[in-house]
Design a protein around this ligand. Structure first.
Ligand SMILES: N[C@@H](CCC[C@H](N)C(=O)O)C(=O)O
Length: 297
């Protein structure tokens, strides 16, 4: 391979500023748009173009970084009512908006701190479509308080000819958690798993879980709107809650009596999920920004 000679690189493309980042390889295009004047309308086609891994920048989703007061898209009243300066305007790779993104929230906070937009030594409240989430940054790790889980009923998910019972857990967004004998049993996950559309009228994120050791599990995920990804933070939260209940480490309908932590391995790394006696699910993991530039998209 011939190295590019100095000076042969094309001039930076004039266009819209972006950053690229990931949390346990759940990767995102970040669009800094503090006052809503930089990026213009973020329609589904543009999100799909940005997330395209061959013709675009590539990503599991887009995070627009905008002041809460400057957001004027759908559900603006709901967003403006939240007590947080910054709004994480998250979209899946297919362009659909989602209520919450756990891994994305850490990358979002990392950027706010790096850019000097917030004090990294203090808790950072971030508005989302699932309400305000508070983040804390400690070195390489960022913790998101995902809030109280909603533990709902049993359901069924399927891939090809296989089907599994699954636990319905809402972590701000919908999840179905299925325990499997081996992660490979879920196959290549090129297609969306089947699920009960009455239980999940707006689609669902499906997690497949195996136990690795005491308070240690591994998962794969098929995300609503993004396909199989290398990690899902809210999914890790849902998996921890479903596993702790299955382990009888927590009584149904209750919070743990003392802090309970599980290691959750995902294809892209490791997350720690802690469920507190105050019924908060805390997601801790890395958050990395790997590139910044401009895009014509
Ligand atoms: N990867 C995210 C979840 C993103 C949203 C999800 N696909 C949905 O539609 O609910 C995470 O880390 O939580």
């Amino acid at each position: 391979m011939t190295a590019l000679a100095t000076g042969s690189l094309p001039e930076a493309t004039a266009g819209y500023p972006f950053l690229k980042g990931h949390g346990t390889e759940n990767d995102f295009v970040l669009l800094p748009d503090p006052d809503g004047s930089v990026h213009g309308p973020l329609d589904a086609a543009r999100v799909r173009a940005l997330c395209d891994r061959r013709a675009g920048l590539g990503g599991d989703g887009v995070l627009r970084i905008i002041r809460t007061a400057s957001y004027d898209g759908p559900d603006a009243a709901l967003i403006h009512g939240q007590d947080a300066e910054w709004f994480m305007d998250y979209r899946n790779a297919d362009g659909s908006p989602a209520e919450m993104c756990g891994n994305g929230s850490r990358v979002f906070a990392r950027h706010l701190v790096d850019a000097g937009l917030v004090d990294g030594d203090a808790p950072i409240p971030v508005a989302t479509r699932a309400g305000v989430k508070v983040l804390t940054v400690a070195g390489d790790l960022v913790t998101t308080d995902l809030g109280a889980p909603k533990v709902l009923g049993q359901t069924v998910v399927g891939v090809g000819l296989h089907s599994w019972p699954a636990r319905h857990v809402d972590m701000g967004n919908p999840h179905a958690v299925a325990f499997v004998d081996a992660l490979e049993d879920a196959g290549r996950l090129l297609e969306e798993p089947t699920y009960d559309t009455e239980t999940y009228p707006h689609g669902v994120n499906v997690e497949f879980v195996v136990r690795r050791a005491e308070r240690h599990v591994a998962m794969r995920v098929h995300e609503r709107g993004s396909g199989e990804t290398r990690s899902c933070g809210t999914g890790a939260g849902a998996v921890m809650v479903a596993t702790a209940l299955a382990d009888r480490a927590v009584d149904e309908g209750a919070a743990p009596r003392s802090e309970l932590a599980y290691r959750v391995d995902v294809p892209g790394g490791t997350l720690t999920v802690t469920w507190t006696p105050e019924d908060r699910v805390l997601l801790t993991g890395p958050a990395v920004v790997v590139a910044a530039g401009t895009t014509a998209l």
